[in-house]
Write a protein of this length. Sequence first.
Length: 411
Amino acid sequence: MARGPYPRRDPPAHGDAEGAREDAGGGAARGNREVGAVPRAPVAPLLSSSQPEIRGVSGAPSFPLSELAAVGGASLEGDGTRRIRGVAGLSDATPEQLAFFHNPRYRRAFAATRAGAVVVSREDAAREGRPATSLLVAENPHLAFGRISALFHPEPAARPGRHPSAVIDPSARVHPTAEIGPLTFVGAGASVGARARLLPGAVVGSGAVVGVDCVLHPGAIVRERCILGDRVVLQPGAIVGSDGFGYAFDPAGPSHVKVPQAGIARIEDDVELGANACVDRATLGETVVGRGTKIDNLVQVAHNVRIGPLGLLCAQAGVSGSTELGEGVVVAGQVGITGHLKVGDGARLAAQAGVMADVAPGETRGGSPSLPHRAWLKASAATAQLPEMIRENRELRQRVAALEEKLAGKK
């Protein structure tokens, strides 16, 4: 029977093309005696239900409050031996669960909570109206709660194995501890690192690199030659290395002529891309997302953009080509940044800002076109008064016209 271009067999875990040959003994033995290859991991562990994907399942371990306080870097006010079995919101938490309070909008729920313990700031712990329960007092309650919650909701570990429906090019290098799920694709010359997880429908293009402990959720794509560092997370539908939007207009056609997008996209360590976020490949060179940056759903990062470390880009923001964002830049929802700009370290761009000029380090801007924060607040306040100002202006003009007419009659 004729074979397709990708025989249904495992490539060498880290071997070369030599190890991709079949044994002379025939198809029954192929994949089991590859030259220099690590023996293939059985499919069964990948399909086993012994490691459920659903988080917060019953039977989760419990922890004493003293241990949770240590994990969160908090001081404990209450019974350190009380055991906590999960986390929940203030209104829903039971005496076996821990809650979190930081927003004053929820002060009433905080006072009435049945939670076994609540993570709070020092200021809130000192205020009146606190509940009759244990408190974990932290300098940064949100951070403390996040670390504690991770104990009850750990990320699933990679389950080594390759699903029979996965298509893996024989020249690809897939670490034996990686999880290669159903209907995934790994192209020629691609590399998948230790404990990486390729969930159903994920694609790793030819020559692409996926680092250690990366997670590609269903439908995530890393296109050819693009690079993911270690511990990168691509949420469902995220795309790294889609073509940049580059066209040259030919009046003779007339037509828009595509300019080849010959560069790559490089995603550094500890980056997370939200669902359906896109990072385009460069026209030439690299599009770069810096270490520790977190990008929300539906964000567009255009070709040759460079985002510094520890940035935050919220939903539906767009960064045009060749713009540079410094370290720790915060881009709120629906911000639009035009091309070839520089946004300095620590700058903050308020929601729906339209940024059309460089932004200084540490500056906060808002509005469209964007203004410095104070000027934007004043302009926003003035905008709300425009109807009344127009009415007053109309009345004043009528009064002036009447006075002019009266003065003219006296001459």
